[in-house]
Design a protein around this ligand. Structure first.
Ligand code: F6R
Length: 616
């Protein structure tokens, strides 16, 4: 939440900041601002409530003097509503110091009271202004911006990335990080700071990942990183594996449309390099065989869509690796004293790798002695760095707030993990593993077929349903988390009430919601592979049809049994039961996108949301 960018170097910074913010806007888009130290050594600042375009228009009308040192921010409001005054940067030290912030300073009220009693006045309701005034106060005493940071952060509780610059020090941007994201981009005679690499990937792919509780000072000549006590620390370099074009919309109407179209590659790239001699062998997990043979339980922790991927992966982990699996929402996990220890493997799933709820749950699990493995899509992110092992999904940058291609990549990574662990534990014959590998490798082609054959019809269906007020989604077995995902995607971007249910649960209550005309999506399992489940779902369809529901069925090609009971049938190619979720979710993503588009909504930046949820 909140996007942060900083620049020092020979170039004029305004366009660098604005284009960095454009790439980070998915992190928050209720206000934006920049500050620049201009050629005369003055500090200029402009900030506006609304999307980045509002700031852009303002700057076009009333340009800010440009300069070669600058910071920029795009906000997702926490303390104080989305107003011009609450937008970042916040100024202090007679407006010579500018500060931007991502995160929450939890003890800000106490600190603010202290500052008010000292006579400081506030122009906003934010916790960030408290930080700005405190850094300004320390700086006024020492004249050393890094020392001022060190003294100030020592008093903070909570999670934050803070960036500041002072007009007395052109060519210097200082940052501190605790439990919030920050990466450095290394250029030639110029350096960058960003909430993630998207902030600077068009300028450099050489990056440094900043650890917890570290302070960074960037100048055109170099980068210095120290811990909160001032001791120098080693930082880990990495190269960004995607180029800036991957984070561009290209010719697509939205990032979401582009990202749904990339679902086949997201699966294929996640499998790539992890198959050896027809079996799954994930190189990143070399040397961990003892962990996999020693565990007696897996706990999957994640939030939102990533948690639904986890629920889907549970079926594969249990069926193939024969390890009991619990899937928990990360924000619930650590508050209930869970029973975990060295024989528990805690698998976290996060596209961004920064979700605070998940990060805190991972830390908690480690403290309790559990082994931790992170499934993550973002290099250099915090959660993988806090975990014992990492399996990256290779979905490429996901910019639309609603997760799509990352979801199929997460399920793919979980299936790979299940087959890897199954091989190590000897719980599945090699021939079986090889058969599942072939199924997994066939998935990208099958998703492409759905995109080719069903996209138009599904979008048309969504257009017809633009005035619908509520949609229900039903599934059984692995279809159940897909029903939940279908419902989440729809509420998230089209603001329509939607609920996902386990089809068997209907008669225990939710069937009361069915009235004539109520649209219900039903994910039907394959009749070839799971005849029993298939027939039970067909019975569920009859139950809701009898009460007037309008039934939209997602069923495999050739399944004629559903035809008499369905108002619409969307087809997916034949696949083994555990592979159906990777296919059935595709029409649901297309449907949500089509309906939101038909309602004239911004599918990439839905209201009230941000992509990377870095507050608890
Ligand atoms: C829904 C969505 C969210 C995220 C959730 C976790 O479309 O995007 O529910 O899945 O906030 O985010 P990550 O995966 O970044 O931890």
């Amino acid at each position: 939440m909140c996007g942060i960018v900083g620049y020092v170097g020979p170039r004029q910074s305004r366009d660098i900041l604005i284009s960095g913010l454009a790439r980070l806007e998915y992190r928050g888009y209720d206000s934006a601002g920049i500050a620049i130290i201009d050629a005369d050594g003055g500090l200029g600042m402009r900030k506006r409530a609304g999307k980045l375009q509002v700031l852009r228009d303002d700057l076009a009308g009333h340009p800010l003097a440009d300069g070669t040192t600058g910071i920029g921010h795009t906000r997702w409001a926490t303390h104080g509503g989305p107003t011009d005054a609450n937008a970042h940067p916040h100024l202090a030290d007679d407006d010579k110091l500018a500060v931007i912030h991502n995160g929450i300073i939890e003890n800000f009220a106490t600190l603010k009271a202290e500052l008010v009693s000292e006579g400081y006045e506030f122009r906003s309701e934010t916790d960030t202004e408290v930080a700005a005034i405190m850094i300004g106060r320390e700086y006024a005493a020492s004249g050393d911006l890094v020392a001022a940071f060190r003294a100030t952060v020592a008093r903070f509780e909570g999670a934050y990335t803070l960036l500041a610059m002072h007009q007395d020090h052109p060519g210097l941007v200082v940052a501190a990080r605790r439990n919030s994201p920050l990466v450095i981009g290394l250029g030639e005679g110029e350096n960058f700071l960003g909430s993630d690499v998207a902030a600077f990937v068009e300028h450099t792919r050489n990056a440094l990942a900043i650890g917890q509780d570290e302070i960074v000072a960037i100048t055109p000549a170099g980068v210095e990183v120290t811990d909160f006590r001032g001791e120098p620390v080693e930082v880990e370099p990495f190269e960004v594996t995607w180029d800036s074009a991957a984070a561009e919309k290209g010719g697509w109407s939205s990032f979401m449309a582009k990202e749904v179209s990339e679902e086949p590659e997201a699966v294929a790239n996640t499998v790539l390099g992890r198959i050896r001699d027809g079996l799954v062998d994930i190189p990143e997990l070399d040397g961990l065989d003892d962990v996999f043979t020693g565990i007696n339980r897996i706990v999957v922790i994640a939030c939102g869509t990533a948690a639904y991927a986890g629920q889907t992966g549970k079926y594969a982990l249990e069926q193939w690796a024969r390890v009991p699996v619990d899937v928990e929402l990360a924000h619930e996990f650590r508050y209930r004293d869970p029973v975990i220890g060295p024989d528990t493997l805690v698998v976290s799933i996060s596209q961004s790798g920064e979700t605070m709820d998940t990060l805190m749950a991972v830390k908690y699990a480690r403290e309790r002695g559990a082994r931790t493995l992170s499934i993550c899509n973002t290099q250099g992110a915090t959660i993988p760095r806090e975990s014992d092992a990492i399996v990256y999904t290779h979905a490429g940058p996901e910019v639309a707030v609603a997760s799509t291609k990352a979801f199929v990549a997460q399920i793919t990574a979980l299936y790979l993990l299940a087959l890897h662990v199954a091989r190590v534990r000897g719980s599945l014959p090699h021939a079986e593993i090889a058969r599942h590998v072939r199924e997994l490798e066939a998935v990208p082609g099958k998703i492409s077929r759905i995109l080719e054959r069903e996209q138009e019809r599904t979008t048309q269906l969504a257009r017809w349903m633009a005035d619908t007020r509520s949609v229900l989604f039903l599934g059984r077995h692995v279809g159940y988390p897909i029903a939940l995902e279908g419902a989440l995607k729809l509420k998230e971007i089209s603001y329509i009430h939607a609920e996902g249910f386990a089809a068997g649960e209907l008669k225990h209550g939710p069937i009361a919601l069915i009235e004539p005309g109520q649209p219900v999506f039903v994910i039907v399992p394959s009749p070839r592979e799971s005849a029993l489940l298939h027939d039970k779902v067909v019975s569920n369809i009859q139950e809701i049809r009898a009460r007037g529901a309008r039934v939209i069925v997602i069923a495999e090609e050739g399944d004629a049994a559903v035809l008499p009971f369905a108002d619409e049938v969307l087809r997916i190619p034949l696949a083994g039961p555990l592979f159906e979720p990777l296919l059935a979710v595709v029409p649901l993503h297309i449907f949500a996108m089509g309906l939101a588009t038909a309602k004239g909504l911004d599918v990439d930046q839905p209201r009230n949301l941000a992509k990377s949820v870095t507050v608890e």
